[in-house]
Design a protein around this ligand. Sequence first.
Ligand code: ADP
Ligand code: MG
Length: 246
Amino acid sequence: MIQFKKVSKSFGTIKALEEVSFEVGKGEFVYITGPSGAGKTTLLKLILREYQPDSGEIVLEGVDITKLSDEQIPEYRQKIGVVFQDFKVLPERTVRENVEVSLAVIGVAQEAWSARVGQVLKLVGLAERADLFPNQLSGGEIQRVSLARALVVNPKIILADEPTGNLDWETADSMMELFEKINKEGKTIIMATHNKVIVDKFKKRVIKLKGGKNVGKEKVHELEKEPKKEENEKGEGKMKVKVEEV
Ligand SMILES: Nc1ncnc2c1ncn2[C@@H]1O[C@H](COP(=O)(O)OP(=O)(O)O)[C@@H](O)[C@H]1O
Ligand SMILES: [Mg+2]
């Protein structure tokens, strides 16, 4: 469904991604792992066409998305639902209204909103919370609102960037169970995370990034024994390896 072919992306002198290649099949659930600064968010933003690569191809359902024109991008983005760590819900809108915004943005007729929003709120377990405001919800519930907003437009792919990063363990667990349920219903999920506990518990295929490159397991183990502290101190983050990260 998605192929990266030797994709490179730099920001000035920082090589965020270097000749990264991988493939994700339809209906798969994969993790993108790697320490902070490894290029996980950059990779997701490339799929979203928020960034263009410097070189390489990104093929989604047979189309090289790097070649889409600006006019084609809004329609392309409807294939993708996004869930970020910093939930990005609208504080002055109710749960229901937060989800409706997604439908309004893509021009779905208002008559269809109620049924679709109702269905998706039920799926994420928020049917009873529809008329509450974000400040009346727990962190886990707010993260479910952002997932509902992503799902309501019926995307083919869900991109999740550290979606459990701000949640306690119990809440993160139930969020992961929800992602698994959504995956079983047919969505392809690409989740960036450096949470080893999550990766070990909810086993999926792992695409490892290290300083912008795909790496094999052996290499990561080498680095875990000998983290290069001096590079951490420069704040580049690329060689930052903590035991709990993968
Ligand atoms: N918009 C940007 N401008 C400049 N540098 C960036 C930008 N986005 C990411 N980077 C750099 O690219 C590298 C990879 O970042 P990122 O993709 O955010 O990594 P991760 O999500 O794995 O922590 C880092 O060194 C980061 O500082
Ligand atoms: Mg990131």
